[in-house]
Structure formats: structure tokens, C-alpha cells
Design a binder for this molecule. Structure first.
Ligand code: IVH
Length: 685
């Protein structure tokens, strides 16, 4: 018979093990329900025998009464900060390596210095103290000497082990507590629901860092437990010295690996690199990866790998000479709202846009930020004159994150979306269950007309290379073009009389209009600008029906047969072609000489390349990538962006890079443009 104490110990052991697999390694081997069952078993046992509860028991992650105040903690070893390199260019990394080499008195003939390159996590520094393998204290950095005891909240973080096996008697782990982006979004979603339900004192958070800081500084751990935090370890504080049986490490990387074996999460991007070139390469690679990471970083950190060199380099005022933080351009900045304009899109959608005092954010100067729609604008309550936080991450369009309310002027007016179109004055309506107001003016509305021309002329639609937005603006404003077919009646005289239009450019425009007459069915359908019909749907329609007339005549039921076409899309297509003027546009475009090849319905039928995946890389001699893609897709192939074992064939042109290397490495068939044409049965030109 096992005793209750033994049973409890065995359950704790199992739960610790599975929590590590789940939270740290992201590789659970137990179903969640089974974990919960073990957990409940332990809870019951502890309820019957309260004397068996240990502070490291998994049941103790949330618990205890709320605190009245935080207790100060003096760090056994100070928590230092790192010098920040503000030169965001590669030269910033170069400068650090030069300094290190100089201080270590290395000459040019000495080999490159080994560094550990890490991410600079955007959270809060934390020191975790373990005694005899049990988490006894978690403290914030504070002023570096003294922080606050936040153990009760840190215990709620599943990734932080409550107990370690085979760890030294005293171990302080330093790292960053942060909130993953998805957890942050979900938290804000829950907060919004609470606010909507009228719960008092609730608010949304500006960014994951802010949310993490709020969670860590809760007096009540049950609140912290509802704000999912994560942790990455990146260093050590106090540790049992070697003479008392503690471990010894020669390098920082060894130390990180030890942290990993003790059960702490260490970011997988952390790596050893050589010299300035290695640092620059890491900075660049992580810069590209930044937006795809599941958490925020604000830079990278370089650390001299050899610990004897770290000791030799020492410190200057509280900052080690052996480490530096190399920043990326900030993705959030403060600026002011100069105006709120309402723009009208191709489908008549009214979008409020904040006009901003120019601000450099995310690597570019931003002057506009979308407020999306009425609800969003109201939720953020942005007003003219407000100071706002603007965010631009990657290629995502800039957005207003929040308003700095302290700086709001007293007379700032609440923004309301107009109920008539600011361009044509037609009524703007918001349909039930829709977030947007739409101008009802259709092609009567100049804004919609301009967008309709630009959409038709888009590179991925019918493509009229030289029809840019400035030209469309002039043509529409002057009333020269009203409907799409008018484009094909433009003549030289009409064009040269426009502003900034020389003879040569007028001829170029005419040539590209002429060229656009030869198109494909999917491009033409896409170009018509039917609401909800994007490129993929246009292709699906062309494949399914084969002919334009068949699409125009298709009933709702027939449209619903097309893969990926649901009721909304089907209805939108039907509504479009039910309008006489739209049918007339198609007819007139054909009469102007716009043509494409029609065929038999091909969906379902097997095409020569059905089921095959192609990847296109490099520059082809005569075809553009888009053309090659169209040809491959027309033959039934899928075109993917990256090479994997599933790729059947790589189409490579000049200066093909890593994709070609990978194809060769994986033994995948590689063809050139001529090979493609031969494959598709075209005679080569
Ligand atoms: S090392 C002695 N490594 O950046 C070096 N810090 O001033 C101590 N941080 O708030 C810090 N990621 O919390 C180090 N990979 C990383 C880091 C990192 C983020 C934070 C740290 C502190 C600040 C450094």
C-alpha cells in the first residue's frame, strides 16, 4: 500500500513532468483531460491531507489571499541593464565588435570573437530564485538593487517550473516575462466584452508589454492567472559557487543550455555567431522574422560568449561592456491627429482615415492611419487634435492604437461618420450586420468610378500598365471616361490636352490600352470589380463555367456549385449581372475588341498538371512571373511560394537563389522557361 504522502509525491512528479512537456517543450504526450484528471486527484488528496501541500505543488500556482502591498526584495546580485545601440543600421553591430576587440586588445590577425546572439524580448525583467530546487521568490528588477516580490503572480505562469531536478542548491534565473501576441489579442477581446457588459474598472491594454506589466503587478494572483504570461530565460544571478558543488560554465551558451535542461524556456532563435559579420547577419535575419514571431521584440542582444572574457571586460556604471542591445526601428510612436477624412473605396465603402503630423515609425514616415469603420473609430474615440499612439508593423497598414487622454484638448469634437458620401453627396447606408457605411452612388460617384478604373487596369486584372492614379483622376474629373468601355475610345487628342501629358506618354498610354485587349477570362472577371469576387474566385468561376456568357446567365444554384463560392458571393455575382448597365459594359468591352480564350468547363476535369505543385524563382527570359503563374494554373498546377518535399517542379530563371539550391538539394525537377513552354505544348518563341 502506498501512503497518501507517496501518492501525492508521485502525482506531483507526473504533473511537473507533463507541465514541462506542455508549456516549455510544446510537445504534450498526455491529452488535456488526462492531465486535468491527475490534477484533480492531487487536489483531492491535498484537501484531505492539508499537511501534504508543498509550495511547489502544481495546485499552488494560483492561490492564497490577495496581498495588501508588495514586499521589497534586495537582489542577491544586482540586475543590470544593457547599453543600447541606437544606430539601427548594421554599423551598430560593427561598432560593438570593434569596441570589444579593442578592450580585449585583440589584433587584426586574431580570429573573430564568438558571440551569443539573442532576441531582445519586449516584456519585463524577472529574477527567479530557487533554493534546493524549489521556486522561493520571483522579483521584478526595480532599480536594479531592490525590486518587488511578485512570486504569487509568477507562479501562475505555466512555463516557469515550480521545482527543478538536479539544479544547484541556490539558483537565480534571470529572464523576461512577456505576453504572446495571440494571448494579448484574446485578453483584449475578453476585456472588451467585459466593458460592453458594463463591468466597472475594466480597460483594454495598449500593447502586450503593458498588459504583461499590469498582470505582474497585481496584488491578487487570481487576476494575474487570467492574463496569460510567458517567460524566456537569458541569464543567471546568484548560483552556488563551484567550490560548494555548483556547476561551472566556460561560455554563456553553455549556461543557456544548462537553463534549458533545468526546464526553462530559452528562445529557439538564440545562437552562437562569429565576429561582426555574424552579428550583422543575425540582426538582419531577425529583423525580417520580427513580424512573424509570436511575441514582440524591440531589438536583438549580443553577448560575448566566453565568460572569462566577460569578466575581463567588466562593467562601466551598471552596464556590462560585454553585452549590447541593438534596436530595431520602433513600431509605435506618438503623433497628433490633424484631421479625420472619410475616403470612398471602389465598392463605395466609407473609411475614416486619421491625417497625422508626419511621424517616423516602423521604418517609414507615416501621415495616414486607417480608423477602419464607424465602430472602430467610436471604440478608439479618436478626435481631431488628439495625441495618439500610431503603430506600423511590417507591411501592415499603419493604425491608431490608442489616444493619450491626458493630452486631449477640452473642446475636442467626437467624430461621427457622415451619412452622405463626401465625394458625390449620395446617401450612405449601413446595412444590418455590416460594419461599413457605403455610398449608394455606384458609378455615379467619382470616387468609386476612379477606383473601378484603377481596379480594371490593375496588374493582376486586365492590366493597363500606363494607366496610373494621376491619369485616372484627370480623366474622371474631366468627364472624359465614365464607364470602362470609354477607355477604349480614348484618342490621342483627348490625352495630350491633359496636364503633364506629352506626346510620347500619350502614345505609351494608348499602346498599353491596346495591349490590354488581349486578356484572359479570369483577369477579365476579376477586373469587372464585382463585390466579393477576388482573384481566386474569378479563377474558380472561369474554370467552372469556361465561358463568360455562362457566368452571366448562371443561376444562384449554379453559382453555388463553384468551389469556394458561398451564398454572399453568389448573390453578389447575380446582383451584378442582373443590372442591365453591367451587362452592357461587358458587351461594349467585347465590341471594343477585348478578347480572351473561352473553353469548356474544366473544373473537376483533369488538366495536364492537376495535382502538381510548382515553384517559380528567378527572372525568366520572356515571361513575367505572373504570366508563368497564370499559364501553370490554367494547366491545373498549384503555384507555391517555397520549395518543400511536396514540390513537384521548380521553374527557374536567371539569378535564382536559395529556392533553386533547395530544389537541387531535395532532388526536385528543375525546368527553365523553354521547358515550361514545351511542357504546356506551346512552341517556343
Ligand atoms: S541581458 C547584464 N538579454 O532588456 C545583462 N536582457 O537593459 C542583463 N532584455 O530590461 C540583461 N531581452 O529585461 C538581456 N536577451 C536578453 C534580453 C534582455 C530583453 C531586457 C531586460 C532589461 C533590458 C536590458
Amino acid at each position: 500500500m502506498t501512503t497518501a504522502a507517496e501518492q501525492a509525491a508521485a502525482l506531483r512528479e507526473q504533473l511537473h513532468h507533463h507541465a514541462h512537456l506542455y508549456y516549455v517543450l510544446d510537445a504534450p504526450t498526455l491529452p488535456d483531460a488526462e492531465y486535468d484528471r491527475l490534477f484533480k486527484q492531487l487536489q483531492q488528496l491535498e484537501a484531505q491531507h492539508p499537511e501534504l501541500i508543498t509550495p511547489d505543488s502544481p495546485t499552488q500556482r494560483v492561490g492564497g489571499k490577495a496581498l495588501d502591498a508588495f514586499v521589497s526584495v534586495r537582489h542577491a546580485m544586482p540586475m543590470l541593464s544593457i547599453r543600447t545601440e541606437t544606430d539601427t543600421q548594421a554599423s551598430g553591430a560593427q561598432a560593438f565588435d570593434t569596441r570589444v576587440r579593442k578592450e580585449l586588445a585583440l589584433s587584426e590577425s586574431d580570429p573573430a570573437v564568438d558571440y551569443v546572439a539573442e532576441l531582445k524580448f519586449d516584456g519585463l525583467a524577472m529574477s527567479l530564485r530557487y533554493e534546493q530546487g524549489v521556486l522561493v521568490q520571483a522579483a521584478t528588477r526595480g532599480d536594479g538593487e531592490t525590486g518587488e516580490d511578485v512570486t504569487h503572480n509568477i507562479r501562475t505562469i505555466g512555463q516557469i517550473p515550480l521545482r527543478l531536478s538536479h539544479a544547484p542548491a541556490v539558483l537565480e534565473v534571470r529572464g523576461e516575462v512577456y505576453m504572446a501576441r495571440a494571448d494579448f489579442e484574446a485578453l483584449n477581446e475578453r476585456q472588451r466584452a467585459r466593458i460592453a457588459a458594463g463591468e466597472k474598472g475594466e480597460k483594454t491594454f495598449v500593447n502586450p508589454r503593458n498588459a504583461a506589466a499590469g498582470a505582474v503587478r497585481q496584488l491578487d494572483s487570481s487576476i494575474a492567472a487570467q492574463r496569460p504570461l510567458s517567460f524566456f530565460a537569458y541569464g543567471l544571478g546568484e548560483i552556488t559557487p563551484a567550490e560548494q558543488g555548483g556547476p561551472t560554465f566556460a561560455t554563456h551558451f553553455e549556461l543557456l543550455m544548462a537553463l534549458k535542461t533545468w526546464g526553462f524556456p530559452v528562445a529557439e532563435q538564440t545562437c552562437c555567431v562569429q565576429g561582426a559579420a555574424g552579428l550583422v547577419d543575425f540582426h538582419e535575419r531577425m529583423g525580417q522574422l520580427r513580424d512573424a514571431l509570436p511575441f514582440d521584440i524591440d531589438g536583438v542582444v549580443y553577448k560575448v560568449n566566453r565568460l572569462d572574457w566577460q569578466r575581463q571586460l567588466g562593467f562601466v556604471t551598471r552596464e556590462p561592456r560585454w553585452a549590447v542591445a541593438h534596436k530595431y526601428p520602433a513600431q509605435e510612436q506618438l503623433t497628433t491627429v490633424q484631421a479625420i477624412e472619410v475616403q470612398v473605396g471602389r465598392t463605395g465603402k466609407l473609411t475614416p482615415v486619421a491625417k497625422l503630423a508626419p511621424v517616423f515609425v516602423g521604418g517609414v514616415t507615416v501621415t495616414n492611419a486607417t480608423l477602419h469603420n464607424e465602430d472602430e473609430a467610436r471604440r478608439k474615440d479618436v478626435r481631431v487634435g488628439d495625441t495618439v499612439v500610431v503603430r506600423r508593423a511590417g507591411d501592415v497598414i499603419p493604425e491608431v492604437v490608442s489616444v493619450v487622454l491626458d493630452k486631449r484638448m477640452q473642446d475636442a469634437q467626437i467624430f461621427t461618420i457622415p451619412h452622405e458620401c463626401p465625394v458625390c453627396g449620395s446617401l450612405a447606408v449601413r446595412e444590418e450586420e455590416e460594419a461599413d457605411y457605403r455610398c449608394t452612388g455606384g458609378l455615379f460617384c467619382g470616387a468609386q468610378r476612379k477606383q473601378a478604373f484603377l481596379h480594371y487596369a490593375h496588374r493582376r486584372a486586365v492590366e493597363i500598365e500606363d494607366l496610373g492614379d494621376k491619369l485616372v483622376e484627370q480623366l474622371v474629373d474631366a468627364g472624359v471616361v465614365k464607364t470602362l468601355p470609354d477607355l477604349y475610345h480614348l484618342d490621342f487628342t483627348a490625352l495630350v490636352t491633359l496636364d503633364r501629358m506629352a506626346e510620347k506618354s500619350a502614345n505609351k498610354v494608348l499602346a498599353s490600352i491596346e495591349k490590354s485587349k488581349q486578356t484572359t477570362l479570369p483577369r477579365f472577371i476579376f477586373g469587372l470589380g464585382i463585390r466579393h469576387v477576388g482573384e481566386a474566385t474569378a479563377k474558380a468561376l472561369a474554370r467552372h463555367f469556361g465561358k463568360m456568357d455562362a457566368i452571366m446567365e448562371a443561376t444562384l444554384e449554379q453559382l453555388l456549385q463553384v468551389s469556394d463560392v458561398g451564398p454572399t458571393v453568389a448573390q453578389s455575382i447575380r446582383t451584378f449581372f442582373d443590372q442591365e448597365h453591367n451587362r452592357k459594359v461587358v458587351e461594349q468591352l467585347r465590341a471594343c475588341g477585348v478578347t480572351w480564350t473561352e473553353g469548356e468547363p474544366t473544373e473537376g476535369a483533369s488538366l495536364p498538371l492537376t495535382g502538381q505543385t510548382f515553384v517559380i524563382t528567378g527572372t525568366l527570359p520572356t515571361l513575367s512571373r505572373d504570366q508563368a503563374k497564370d499559364m501553370l494554373e490554367a494547366a491545373g498546377a498549384k503555384v507555391a511560394g517555397s520549395v518543400s518535399k511536396k514540390t513537384h517542379c521548380v521553374l527557374a530563371g536567371a539569378e535564382a537563389g536559395s529556392k533553386l539550391d533547395k530544389a537541387i538539394e531535395l532532388g526536385i525537377q528543375v525546368i527553365n522557361e523553354q521547358g515550361l513552354l514545351a511542357l504546356l505544348g506551346h512552341s517556343s518563341v
